[in-house]
Ligand binder design. Structure first.
Ligand SMILES: CC(C)(COP(=O)(O)OP(=O)(O)OC[C@H]1O[C@@H](n2cnc3c(N)ncnc32)[C@H](O[C@H]2O[C@H](COP(=O)(O)OP(=O)(O)OP(=O)(O)O)[C@@H](O)[C@H]2O)[C@@H]1O)[C@@H](O)C(=O)NCCC(=O)NCCS
Ligand SMILES: Nc1ncnc2[nH]cnc12
Length: 284
């Protein structure tokens, strides 16, 4: 191996480890963030009776290897079908590892998809890219067919077909608009307005919840629950967000509604984790 190859390999490994580490940290940061309506957080299990914070943290840590493999596979490459198939295969292995870790509970299937694409995209740009570069490249990858992916029933596939709305696949294929147009701008705005870091992150989650067709909410609660989530999240932000007394009051009402309907915005949680990932690795 010549010196150039060796240094390129070393660089790939260093960048891939950094990206995978940030992805896991983003998942842990999302899981610990409190309060979140309906979701598992540091206070409890929200609308879930099969998940808790230690399980989410263990699940996040178990995905380090999958994210590392995706980043190594994507290093300095352009999007093509071979790469799409490769990360699909790694993603399915990651799902198996997650399921083994959680005893069969689906904690992070959507996150493996969203963060997997973004980690790969980051490595395709050699670890030096803006959030827009990474989301655009991830979208190109998501638009490619993974012909090796076995067809299987999914709740997301069922509700997106039934209610004619976009789901996780379409969010990625359209360049993650809920991250680039809602979460990241809101995170910056709330920080600038003097909200604490925790409050700013909750505001970013709420910004996603104002508009996402979250298939977790749809499959448990139908369109009425989804509409209530959109309206409730808008009310919190319109009241000034989590950094204000009125915003916190509106948040309590939203949380009460989501817990009563036993719904939980798992898709929005994944997109928040992906936003935190981009916030920590993207070049500005
Ligand atoms: C392309 C895939 C994402 C599959 O998508 P599909 O929609 O067909 O399948 P689902 O199994 O439904 O997974 C989608 C998960 O994505 C999250 N999500 C939901 N809505 C959106 C949205 N609009 N935009 C982005 N992301 C979204 C969500 O994941 C989170 O919630 C899960 C927990 O849900 P919960 O309802 O609480 O738990 P369940 O046990 O499922 O239900 P209950 O019984 O409790 O009610 C958890 O996974 C969170 O992460 C959706 O669940 C992709 O997964 C795929 O093709 N995979 C194959 C392998 C591959 O290619 N991997 C990727 C390599 S990069
Ligand atoms: N905090 C959380 N609670 C429930 N489901 C999730 N999926 C991803 N993050 C989650």
């Amino acid at each position: 191996m010549d010196t150039l190859t060796l240094s390129n390999d070393t660089c790939a490994e260093t960048v891939a480890r950094r990206l995978a580490g940030h992805a896991v940290n983003a998942l842990i940061g999302e899981a610990r963030l409190s309060p979140k309506p309906g979701l598992v957080d540091a206070r409890g299990s929200g609308s879930h009776d099969d998940m808790d914070l230690p399980m989410l943290e263990a699940s996040a840590k178990s995905l380090q290897t999958a994210f590392l493999s995706m980043a190594l596979a994507g290093w300095s490459r352009r999007p093509d079908t071979a790469l799409r198939r490769r990360i699909g295969a790694i993603g399915r292995e990651g799902e198996k590892t997650m399921m083994k870790t959680t005893g069969g509970i689906n904690t992070h299937r959507g996150a493996i998809w969203t963060l997997g694409l973004l980690v790969t995209a980051g490595a395709m740009h050699d670890g030096i890219a803006t959030a827009d570069d990474m989301t655009r490249t991830a979208a190109r990858l998501a638009c490619l067919d993974d012909t090796a992916c076995p067809p299987a029933f999914s709740k997301g596939g069922y509700v997106t077909g039934r209610y004619k709305v976009p789901g996780a696949r379409e969010e990625a294929q359209s360049g993650f608009p809920h991250i680039t147009q809602l979460a990241l701008p809101r995170l910056a705005e709330s920080r600038q307005q003097g909200a604490s870091e925790e409050e700013a992150r909750i505001d970013a989650l709420l910004a996603i919840m104002t508009s996402l067709s979250d298939t977790c909410v749809l499959s448990r609660g139908g369109p009425a629950a989804l509409d209530a989530m959109h309206a409730g999240a808008k009310a919190v932000l319109a009241a000034g967000g989590m950094g204000t007394v009125e915003g916190k009051k509106a948040f309590d009402a939203l949380e009460y509604a989501m817990l009563s309907a036993r719904v939980s915005p798992g898709g929005a949680a994944d997109l928040l984790a992906a936003s935190l990932f981009l916030d920590s690795v993207a070049v500005r």
